[in-house]
Design a protein around this ligand. Structure first.
Ligand code: NAD
Length: 478
């Protein structure tokens, strides 16, 4: 028996939650429910996060959270409960199955059954941004080894449990060799531990185009946060059935499961809404806690019910549907189909009652880290890089020399092109001559001299080698 936290939410939330829990109970799910209140009432009582302190305690104690949609009140000051939950609980993995239900739901892609697994905590979403010159702003893209290992391992474990055949990784590591490069490298490392599952890597641009055009060639796709944010919406949309989709947010300790859609306030209280999205979230929850055979039974009964043409109003279509049913009638129809499989739609089979094996991240031994130089970033309003180089040469230290200047990543000195457009944001690379040490004192020396020479240094980035391998980008054209 697993104790789970349940929030019935707002709008259609209570109706679709009751229908979902009814199906889970009849299917024999071994769960015990502890209910909390989140959402509109809590927001309007003056709590801007939409959840009370003691409810956090319940969620953290039970670790598994099944949440119906909530209504975020109009007007400023109310924080999104989803974003808060994701960040507070370290829910690093966002899982969104995107499946066509052709011919019961119309779609351009009749054969599509993919799962997007999106890293959920880092990348450009760390939200670390700065402006240091008049013309340029920057956002720090942070990719960590633990972040990559956790999400990639999750993707393979998920594929294994769900009897899926292939995991694909999307990155842009031909450009971002350090950040996306690490994601790809970790993907290759972990893929080796799962020889029974096919693996492949696509550059995100052509991968995304292919996914939108020929989704049937993909199975599970794992990717960093920003790409996953965009592509999970594209994938859900092209199935033609956004309203039927669930999603999971997985952390090392806690996990949250829900429908993708909102609280549909205009439909509330009428016993009309489709409980399928939340039911899909609940099925993911059962798989997560290792009750895979119950999950399988419900999923197949759900597919059979849709196939039988028993549809709620939102997917009801004359000619395809057979019977228009209410929320509770739909639940009853799914229950009546428990133990049956669909004929036309593909039935599912999950590995036998095994929870995902997600070991905690173990820190690797530290590499041999050696500083070899520094990138000094400068705010300068000139246009001729040779002039800037001349100024910077005046601050060179003994054995520490200016080796390169780039502007927006493109090498403009030495031997730049006159045609290259330059902003007021310059990266000036200083390195020690071959064989001599580079220390933090050198950086302090450079910065001190920059002050006396009226050079506006706006930041420095140390250049390191890890185990003898350069761990910084070259200038484009270098
Ligand atoms: P919505 O998803 O609630 O509704 C969009 C449309 O889809 C409406 O026409 C609605 O009637 C229909 N719909 C949605 N779910 C349905 C279902 N299960 N069965 C039948 N029809 C369904 O989006 P919205 O109208 O933009 O937002 C309403 C409220 O939901 C807002 O307060 C929003 O903040 C909130 N919301 C919450 C979540 C969440 O809790 N995860 C997610 C999205 C939106």
């Amino acid at each position: 028996m697993t104790k789970i936290t349940v929030a019935k939410g707002d709008g259609i939330g209570p109706e679709i939650m009751d229908a979902t829990l009814h199906i889970l109970k009849e299917a024999g799910a071994q769960i015990e429910i502890e209910e909390i209140e989140v959402g509109e009432k809590v927001y309007l009582s003056g709590n801007t996060s939409g959840i009370a302190e003691e409810s956090w305690e319940t969620i953290r104690r039970n670790k598994i959270f099944l949440k119906a949609p909530i209504t975020t009140p109009q007007g400023g000051g109310y924080k999104s409960l989803n974003v808060t939950t994701r960040k507070f609980l370290g829910l690093y993995s966002n899982v969104r199955p995107c499946m066509s239900l052709h011919p019961f739901v119309s779609t351009k892609h009749p054969v599509m059954d993919i799962v997007i697994i999106r890293e959920n905590e880092e990348d450009l979403y760390a939200g670390i941004e700065h402006q240091q010159t008049d013309e340029v702003v920057q956002c720090l893209k942070l990719i960590s080894r633990p972040g990559c290992e956790k999400i990639v391992r999750y993707a393979f474990e998920y594929a294994k449990q769900q009897n899926r055949k292939k995991v694909t990784c999307f990155t842009k590591d031909n450009i971002m060799k350090q950040t996306d490069g690490l994601f790809h490298q970790v993907f290759d490392e972990i893929a080796k531990e799962y020889p029974e599952i096919e693996n492949e890597h696509w550059i995100i641009d052509i991968g995304a185009a292919k996914m939108a055009d020929t989704p049937e060639i993909f199975d599970v796709i794992v990717m960093p946060n920003l790409y996953g944010d965009v592509l999970s919406d594209v994938a859900a949309q092209i199935t033609g059935s956004v309203g039927l989709a669930g999603s999971a947010n997985i952390g090392e300790e806690c996990s949250m499961f829900e429908a993708i859609h909102g609280s549909a306030p205009r439909r509330a209280g009428q016993n009309l809404a489709n409980p399928s999205g939340l039911l899909q979230g609940a099925i993911m929850m059962l798989n997560h806690i290792g009750q895979t055979k119950v999950a399988e039974k419900i999923q197949n009964a759900w597919l059979k019910t849709l196939e039988d043409g028993i549809h709620t109003y939102d997917i009801f279509k004359v000619g395809i549907s057979k019977e228009k049913v209410s929320t509770s009638e739909f639940a009853k129809a799914v229950i009546a189909n428990l133990g049956r499989k669909p004929n036309l739609l593909k039935s599912v089979s999950y590995s036998n009652n095994t929870a995902l094996n997600l070991p905690k991240y173990i820190r690797k031994p530290a590499a041999n880290k050696q500083m070899v130089g520094v990138d000094l970033f400068v705010h300068w309003n000139g246009t001729n890089p040779d002039e800037l180089a001349k100024k910077l040469k005046s601050i060179e230290e003994n054995r520490v020399k200016l080796t390169m200047i780039t502007n927006r990543g493109i090498k403009v000195w030495p031997n730049g092109f006159q045609e290259t457009f330059c902003t007021d944001h310059w990266r000036c690379r200083f390195k020690s001559s071959e064989g001599s040490e580079f220390t933090k004192e050198h950086i302090i020396g450079l910065l001190n001299k920059a002050i006396t020479q009226h050079i506006d240094s706006i930041k420095t980035e140390n250049l390191y080698e890890f185990d003898g391998k350069a761990a910084y980008s070259l200038g484009q054209g270098q």
